[in-house]
Design a protein around this ligand. Structure first.
Ligand code: GDP
Length: 360
């Protein structure tokens, strides 16, 4: 599933953030047919194109793309060796496509820190260590089996080498995700192991006002987690924002000195980290953004609306959002030759406005 797992030490603000994610009502209002688990929260992806498109088509409603987050039971030292909770934790995390690690930066004497002090880099290390240990166990279990297969010439030696290289990275205490480039890791050979630290990471720094208004401190924290992306938000503020109406929320956000809410940031960065993009459909009933993977073809994109659309795909009528806006209407875009007919091989672009033709 295309979800992002939220992890972090106890008392860093995971539940507070997660509550904001579940109470923002994206689902209840617009996706009545979606079945979701109680531990899944959703945010819509901010996309200013939708309102403009809806205006051109006179659409009655707008449906944005969404990003879902799954709340994964708290991680503590020793989780990788753990019975019960530890194992459940690892299974949950394995199912997520990316990992968002919440790190406490806010200072509050009333909120106890499990390790006694607020220290973002040590928290990061604790979590990373557990994930790395779990991955090392996975590799140690797999290696004898793969060695045997190589001896029997059922597998290439290159596969084993790729796995042993990954093992070295983990043994020196680094995650796979952060070392793919530097260590030239061959990810295609590592896929079958579903390593936890091979998943893309996002770091969510739960900060207070002081840090929200301090770009230097943010830059330091960003440095700490590079090449992973960092988000700075105040989980408490986020949980307040979702209770307000749009105008009040905007005002409160401005007062905090932020241009974009933490949830919006999370949606945007999460979406990007998952390697996703959107294409758009529009008509009098609704304007809608659909989620596809970067590199998806037109029939794959059609399949997101309905599997029948993919099976019976004939062609797609495509105009890029920018071209459509410049033309001002679909008729004008057609007159200008900006509306293309694309076939089965067409690779979708973010912001394509599409109408599919298909057989049923
Ligand atoms: P979890 O254990 O990671 O799920 O953490 P919680 O969300 O339960 O938060 C632990 C405590 O920290 C609660 O009392 C929250 O109200 C408080 N808390 C969470 N986020 C913030 C924050 O940004 N600032 C401050 N001051 N307190 C926070």
């Amino acid at each position: 599933a295309l979800t992002i797992g939220i992890v972090g030490l106890p008392n860093v603000g995971k539940s507070t953030l997660f509550n904001a994610l579940t109470r923002n009502n994206v689902l209840a209002a617009n996706y009545p047919f979606a079945t979701i688990e109680p531990n899944v929260g959703m945010v819509s992806l901010p996309d200013p194109r939708l309102a403009k498109l809806a205006e051109v088509f006179g659409s009655a409603r707008i449906l944005a793309a969404t990003v879902s987050f799954v709340d994964i039971a708290g991680i503590v030292k020793g989780a990788s060796e753990g019975e019960g909770l530890g194992n459940k934790f690892l299974a949950n995390i394995r199912e997520a496509e990316a990992i968002a690690q919440v790190i406490r930066v806010f200072d509050d004497p009333d909120v106890i820190h499990v390790d006694g002090k607020v220290d973002p880099s040590s928290d990061m290390e604790t979590i990373n260590t557990e994930l790395i240990l779990a991955d090392l166990q996975t590799i140690e279990k797999a290696v004898p089996r793969i060695e045997k297969a190589v001896k029997l010439k059922q597998r290439e030696a290159g596969e084993l080498n790729a796995i042993l290289n990954a093992q070295k990275v983990l043994e020196r205490g680094d995650t796979i995700f952060a070392s793919v480039k530097s260590d030239k890791l061959e990810m295609e050979y590592l896929k079958e192991l579903s390593l936890l630290t091979a998943k893309p990471f996002i770091y969510v720094f739960n900060v207070d006002d002081a840090v929200l208004g301090n770009p230097e401190r943010q830059a330091e924290l960003r440095e700490l987690v590079a090449p992973a992306e960092a988000i700075f938000l105040d989980a408490k503020l986020e949980s307040d924002l979702v209770e307000l109406d749009e105008d009040e929320a905007r005002e409160m956000l401005e007062m905090s000195g932020q241009e974009e809410s933490g949830l919006d940031q999370l949606a945007r960065v999460g979406f990007h980290t998952l390697g996703l993009q959107t294409y758009l459909t529009a008509g009098p009933k609704e304007t809608r953004a659909w989620t596809i993977r970067q590199g998806d073809t037109a029939p794959q994109a059609a399949g997101v609306i309905h599997t029948d659309f993919q099976r019976g795909f004939i062609k797609a009528e495509v105009v890029h959002f920018e071209d459509l806006m410049e033309a001002g209407s679909m008729a004008e875009a057609k007159a200008k030759g900006k509306v293309r007919i694309e076939g089965k091989e067409y690779i979708m672009h973010d912001g394509d406005v599409v109408e599919f033709r298909f057989n049923v």
